[in-house]
Ligand binder design. Structure first.
Ligand code: BV8
Length: 245
């Protein structure tokens, strides 16, 4: 059972408005490889930054769809883990709780979290390249690529690729809650992908306590007020138990 700094318990118990930023480390214990690890086996020769881009899709939509189909299958078989469930429990204890996620796996929603901001979209949805329609299920054209059920056009994964703008309304809301909360968590993210990675710094600039949960150091670690080393699936349930029994 991890030991927590005594004052952290008071801060958690006394907080009213909590903002949480999660990255793929939160889904690691569900068996979903983190973004940097997602390159195993078949995909070892590619970098995510080379596949998750408009240029890659333009160049070879079949290859990009193969990668996403591989990830979708994995995610459909995955279950929310104790980290996701602890965040659902935490949300119940605070009058205001916003879960800002970089993850595209939908596991926070499946776990039961309510107030979620999906900064980078959702891999289980697709979007029509021609008309922008969002679909949750689709067929492939005969021997071809995922096809829009409305216009027959090409579908793409409904995620934000490198070089693409994040959904502005969602990002604006994330900016707002990062600066207007009384406690900010950064959990399971390498803190290198922007603009998401800048959110904890906004909290720090507003003298809001920042807690990082990650088994490894990140660029945020030295500036965070608290760094709880360990897997989110162990640390978060222990934190919830420590504060709320
Ligand atoms: C944009 C969806 C502009 C797709 C993803 C400023 C500075 C530097 C660079 C930039 C900048 N501004 C923009 C950029 C460029 C770029 C960027 O940040 N590049 C990086 C690589 C340097 N950003 C962009 O391109 C963004 N767009 O800025 O557009 C613009 C504006 C207007 C008009 C046009 C354009 C878009 C970024 C979004 C990219 N899409 N995902 C898909 O999933 O296929 S990003 C992808 O990587 C993930 O979604 C995630 O957000 C991101 C980072 O991954 P992490 O979640 O952190 O995962 P990672 O594997 O890196 O780390 C896992 C962590 O978990 C580790 O720390 C590990 O220790 C920890 N861990 C492991 N196990 C556990 C654990 N933690 C807890 N418990 C465990 N058990």
């Amino acid at each position: 059972m991890p030991q927590f700094p005594p004052d952290l318990r008071e801060i958690l118990a006394g907080a009213r408005r909590v903002s949480v930023l999660t990255g793929s480390g939160v889904s690691a214990e569900s068996g979903v490889p983190t973004f940097r690890e997602a390159q195993t086996g078949l995909w070892a020769r590619y970098h995510p930054e080379d596949l998750a881009t408009p240029a890659a899709f333009e160049r070879n939509p079949g290859l990009v769809w193969e990668w996403y189909a591989w990830r979708q299958d994995m995610i459909r078989q995955a279950q929310p883990n104790p980290a996701h469930l602890a965040l659902v429990e935490m949300e119940r204890h605070y009058p205001s709780f916003t879960l800002i996620t970089q993850n595209v796996d939908g596991l926070h929603e499946r776990a039961g979290s309510q107030n979620i901001l999906e900064l980078h979209g959702n891999i289980l949805r697709a979007r029509c390249v021609q008309e922008g329609t969002i679909v949750a299920s689709w067929q492939n054209a005969v021997g071809g690529l995922p096809q829009c059920p409305h216009c027959g056009g090409l579908l793409r994964p409904d995620v934000v690729w490198f070089g693409e703008a994040l959904p502005q309304e969602t990002l604006d809301l994330a900016w707002h809650v990062a600066q207007n909360c009384d406690l900010f968590f950064s959990i399971g993210t390498s803190s290198v992908v922007h603009p998401a990675a800048s959110l904890p710094y906004l909290a720090l600039q507003n003298q809001i306590p920042v807690v990082e949960i990650n088994p490894h150091e990140t660029p945020l670690t030295r500036q965070a007020d608290y760094q709880l080393p360990g897997p989110a699936g162990v640390v978060l349930p222990a934190l919830v138990k420590e504060v709320w029994g």
